[in-house]
Design a protein around this ligand. Structure first.
Ligand SMILES: *[C@@H]1O[C@H](CO)[C@@H](O)[C@H](O)[C@H]1NC(C)=O
Length: 448
């Protein structure tokens, strides 16, 4: 890192820093709905001036609720080990494949020399560009691009074998001591179809082709694939999924990623797929921190939303919210710990309670319940993610009840509720459904 850059943490050594942050964010409800624990930063330009580059940790505290925004940016990228796992089954034939190839070419160009990568492509067979992780030199990147260009989509979709293969390659590289101990390992799965194959026994074996192991002679259930992946992946690999098009079993991809420290995103094939893929990749291309923990040591702080994050990526933002007892606290302490490319970091922030009246008098659009709504929104989204992974029907029902109660209490529309719109006279009513759960790449991140 440039020793002169003004980072919130400084460089190369452990720094304790105490900041008194008293800063209001005037976010509208439209922002609120786009916020999640980790989202790309898209602030209106009016607000930008408020953000000193030194400040990477911002608190908003109102009415017994706090929201903590965290978005440091001037840190060195952490090297990444990345496996691209690309579905090349028959249904990818045509435009989808062409767009995937285009996107992959730019994505590969974005790799940094200290990154390691490989490419797996799969239909009913699983092939690899290389059997090991390769450093992302110009020559290797050019070679991988040629490999991807030559792919001819055909056949079925064996997601199971492909993912297990990816996990194996990453683990093997690590076990052979080839990976930087301070690097992050990612799998990016690009698929458009239901994982239909798991039963065939195709045996043509070239150097880069692996034989399929027949699975009880029967087709693999999605739940079985999910279980296999979960059992094989350790907590040192994050799995991101990109679902191409409308016919994809997106819930399945979402569960896979939610359960394995990643996010899923749907890519709509009729729009500009190439740029959607690139945009998604940009969000995970620059890991800046690992193992980010937010601690609020005071006992008067409760109901904190997800406060532990496997990775923090450049260009995104982590949002953590919680409740506190205003009678017992007049300031909230937070201690954020994380590992950066060069050091262990600790950031301590002390947020003073704000003078609500003063704030409200200055801006008539300010919503004194903003922090409460954001807390509820984050909590509901977390519950929805938990619900999709609930192990039993009873557990699922219990979570569903909590979600319904919270959405009624806080007037937040969820996929489990509908919104009744009434005209002023009260004699006409309309029912509106909740928006689809993943309007953008970012909302998936809340489910990390
Ligand atoms: C993850 O951790 C396991 C167990 O410690 C180890 O065997 C494996 O090599 C690690 N994988 C990666 C990619 O770091």
């Amino acid at each position: 890192m440039d020793p002169h850059s003004r980072g919130c943490w400084g460089t190369g050594r452990k720094i304790w820093r105490r900041m008194h942050v008293k800063l209001h964010l005037l976010l509208t409800l439209a922002h609120l709905s786009s916020l999640s624990p980790q989202v790309p930063i898209s602030r209106p330009s009016k607000l930008e001036s408020l953000f000193d580059s030194q400040i990477c940790s911002i608190f908003q505290v109102f009415n017994g609720y706090f929201v903590h925004f965290f978005a440091p940016d001037n840190l060195d990228p952490i090297p990444k080990n990345i496996l691209f796992v690309i579905d090349v089954s028959g249904s990818m034939w045509g435009v989808k494949m062409k767009q995937t190839v285009e996107a992959m070419k730019t994505i590969l160009d974005d790799l940094r020399a200290e990154d390691h990568f490989s490419v797996i492509d799969f239909n009913h067979n699983v092939r690899t560009w290389r059997n090991d992780l390769i450093s992302a030199t110009k020559t290797q990147v050019a070679d991988a691009k040629r490999y991807i260009e030559k792919i001819q989509p055909s056949g079925g979709t064996n997601i199971n074998e492909a993912l297990l293969r990816a996990i194996f390659i990453l683990n093997e590289a690590n076990n052979l001591g080839l990976l930087d101990p301070n690097s992050v390992s990612l799998i990016i799965l690009v698929s458009d179809g239901d994982p239909t194959v798991g039963k065939c026994h195709f045996n043509f074996l070239t150097t880069n082709t692996f034989t399929l192991v027949p699975w009880n002679g029967g087709e693999l259930k999605l739940s079985k694939i999910q279980k296999n992946v979960k059992e094989n992946i350790q907590d040192n690999i994050s799995l991101f999924s990109l679902g191409m098009g409308f016919d994809v079993d997106y819930d399945f991809l979402k569960r896979l990623s939610n359960e394995n420290r990643g996010i899923a995103q749907r890519i709509y094939g009729n729009q500009d797929t190439t740029s959607q893929l690139r945009k998604f990749y940009n969000q995970v291309s620059t890991p800046l921190l690992r193992n980010v923990q937010f601690n609020y040591p005071q006992t008067a702080v409760t109901d904190v939303t997800q406060n532990s994050f496997h990775n923090y990526f450049g260009g995104s933002e982590i949002v953590v919210a919680g409740k506190f007892d205003p009678a017992k606290l007049d300031q909230i302490q937070s201690i954020v710990t994380a590992t950066s490319a060069n050091t262990e970091l600790v950031l301590e922030t002390l947020a003073q309670m704000d003078d609500l009246q003063d704030f409200l008098s200055k801006d008539k659009h300010a919503d004194p319940d903003f922090t409460k709504k954001l807390w509820a929104y984050l909590t509901i989204n977390q519950l929805l993610a938990e619900r999709s992974l609930a192990p039993t029907a009873a557990a699922k029902r219990k979570i569903t009840r909590s979600i319904l109660q919270m959405s009624l209490d806080h007037h937040i529309v969820t996929p489990l509720t509908s919104l009744v719109i009434e005209n002023e006279a009260g004699d006409e009513r309309m029912l509106a459904d909740a928006p689809p759960q993943d309007p953008s790449c970012c909302s998936g991140l809340k489910e990390l």
